[in-house]
Design a protein around this ligand. Structure first.
Ligand code: ADP
Length: 350
């Protein structure tokens, strides 16, 4: 625990705080422990934002950053600060979360390794399945083909889970490659709705509204977002028989929505479902298969293009998931041409 002023001098603190940072009580009393000196440069703006919120609202909210230990070592911490009424001083707590971060890192490494290792045998399974299917088709063995089709569907599920896990570990390390292209959003939505309609007998996927929206981004990845939302809409509305999809333009953004009439998401879970591995587990609620990563991946993809994802829902009254993407502007369109010009100039000199 600590007491500090707005300028960032730590005025008082308990022993645990001093232990985390490696300073002595004498150094604290001499006023040598300063927030800015403890903060690595990349956390400077986060720290300033927290200070601004603290001054405006009286509380910083809880946030994560790193502190510099006296030895120079970085310490990941969780912090929250509150203003002491009518004064320029604040009281706060700092929690050392090094152990949790280390476990997170090990979990990420494990996921990355496991998904890589799983990918090879599953790819080969899929290949041999295809081979068997072709052979049995020649012999006309309908029953065996039926079983193989079911195996194929399960292998596809496994492939999807593995590729989601691989995506997640690449996202963690910033290695996920995105293509940049301009494409017709209506065509993509229509294609995906038609494809998924072929895989469900329980729900009608109704494409209600379209618009002539052109967006910029990775067509496959944005398609992946819509597939995730549609699969969820089907999965979490077992009693319903339709899902509504709409595409609209909203100022300089394209807005896609997927509405279902299923179990819905209670208010307290609505932010959390976009976190990694978060699944709603209300007592009494049926368990649904999944890993709790589809929405996290979708959110990361959409954020990559400066879009937003959110949900509007009430428990037991269905859910509508929305995502936005910036519409193509003339500036974006101009880029490839600029590039051509530059390349032409280089070619001339060569
Ligand atoms: P998964 O479906 O694999 O668990 P997601 O990341 O796609 O993972 O979703 C996270 C959680 O959000 C789900 O476990 C579920 O509790 C909730 N959720 C997602 N979509 C819906 C929906 N359409 N209706 C109700 N709950 C949903």
């Amino acid at each position: 625990m600590f007491i500090s002023d707005f300028a960032g001098t730590f005025l008082d603190a308990n022993d645990a705080f001093l232990d985390i940072l490696g300073y002595t009580r004498e150094e604290l009393q001499a006023g040598t422990i300063q927030r800015d000196a403890l903060t690595p440069p990349e956390f400077y703006s986060l720290s300033q934002n927290a200070l601004k919120t603290l001054q405006e609202t009286g509380a910083s909210g809880t946030y994560e950053k790193e502190y510099l230990h006296k030895s120079g070592k970085r310490i990941p911490v969780l912090i929250a600060v509150t203003r002491i009424e009518q004064t320029d001083t604040c009281i706060g707590f700092v929690l050392d979360i090094s152990e949790r971060k280390e476990l997170d890192k090990r979990k990420d490494e494990f996921i990355s390794m496991a998904s890589h290792e799983l990918k090879t045998p599953v790819t080969s399974l899929k290949g041999f399945l295809g081979l068997l299917q072709r052979r049995l088709a020649i012999h006309g063995d309908e029953q065996a083909l039926h079983y193989l089709a079911r195996m194929d569907a399960q292998v596809n599920r496994l492939t999807k889970l593995i590729s989601d896990l691989l995506d997640i570990s690449k996202m963690q390390t910033g290695q996920l490659v995105y293509r940049e292209e301009r494409f017709d959003l209506d065509a993509l939505v229509q294609e995906i709705v038609e494809n998924l309609q072929g895989t469900t007998q329980t729900h009608h996927l109704l494409l209600e509204r379209q618009t002539r929206a052109e967006v910029f981004g990775d067509r496959d990845r944005i398609g992946q977002v819509l597939i995730n939302l549609l699969n969820n809409a089907i999965k979490y509305s077992p009693q319903a028989d339709r899902v509504l999809v709409r595409v609209a333009k909203d100022q300089n953004k394209a807005l896609v929505s997927v509405q279902d009439f299923g179990i819905g998401v209670a208010k307290e879970h609505q932010h959390k479902i976009f976190e990694r591995f978060y699944q709603v587990t209300d007592p009494g609620e049926k368990t649904y298969p999944g890993l709790g990563i589809g929405l996290y991946i979708s959110c990361e993809i959409v954020k990559r293009y400066n879009g937003q994802v959110w949900v509007e829902s009430k428990k037991d009254e269905g859910a509508t998931f929305y995502f936005t993407l910036p519409l193509c502007s003339m500036d974006i369109q101009a880029k490839p041409f600029e590039m051509d010009e530059i390349l032409a100039k280089i070619a001339k000199h060569v």
